[in-house]
Design a protein. Structure first.
Length: 222
């Protein structure tokens, strides 16, 4: 992760989103980003600065100070964006469901990792050898299995068979729930490894989709 973070800052350059640039009054940069995307994918882009500005000006709010830090800590700025998340009935429902999703998964995940093994041990589960090698080997296998969950989620989101992102999250959550309950019957080290790998894979189907879906929902309030 350290190497990838350095590459992200030095080699891999990501453009800012056109929506954000336009909201900040940076029309020239927004047009440049859109045209760069079109050139990269061999698509036509007839948008010019003149045509963009002819659509009208963005009504920008007066914010305290000119820097990002002043806007970040401004209570009025925070309340403005919070009101946007509940601007309509549909938007309020969407925001509430997303927050509830993060609340429940934030409770379930640490409970599973911290308390469930203790619960199983109190019910006579025997996980066998507990050496550092076995612990870190299982940890590596578990996390490797979790990598492929978001990959599958990407295909599911684009498939008409799974009802888009919300359907993908529903399927991922239901399957994960089934494995969570089945995990309470684990009694051996092999069963423990198998079920933790399955849970990691299925949980990341939900996690990966929710990570991508949340910023999109919040961006509607900007």
């Amino acid at each position: 992760m350290f190497v990838l973070s350095i590459l992200r800052l030095t080699i891999i350059r990501l453009e800012e989103t056109p929506k954000f640039l336009i909201s900040e009054g940076k029309d020239e940069q927004a047009v440049h980003v859109l045209r760069s995307i079109a050139d990269r994918h061999d698509r036509p882009c007839s948008l010019t600065i003149e045509r963009l500005q002819a659509c009208g000006q963005i009504a920008r709010r007066a914010t305290p100070g000119s820097g990002w830090l002043a806007r970040l800590i401004s209570p009025s700025e925070v309340l403005f964006h919070l009101r946007g998340l509940f601007a309509t009935r549909k938007m309020a429902l969407s925001t509430t469901l997303v927050w509830l999703s993060w609340l429940l998964i934030g409770l379930a995940y640490p409970l599973y990792n911290v308390f469930l093994p203790t619960y199983l041990a109190s019910r006579g589960a025997m996980f066998g050898e507990s050496s550092p090698y076995i612990t870190w080997r299982n940890y590596a296998i578990n996390n490797t299995c979790g990598i492929f969950g978001p990959v599958l989620a990407g295909f599911m989101c684009r498939s008409p068979w799974f009802w888009g992102r919300r359907g993908t999250m529903i399927i991922g959550a239901v399957i994960t729930m089934v494995f969570f309950f089945c995990y309470t019957q684990v009694r051996t080290a092999s069963q423990n490894l198998g079920f933790t790998c399955a849970i990691s894979f299925c949980l990341n189907i939900y996690y990966g989709t929710l990570y991508a879906y949340t910023p999109e929902v919040c961006a509607r309030s900007l």
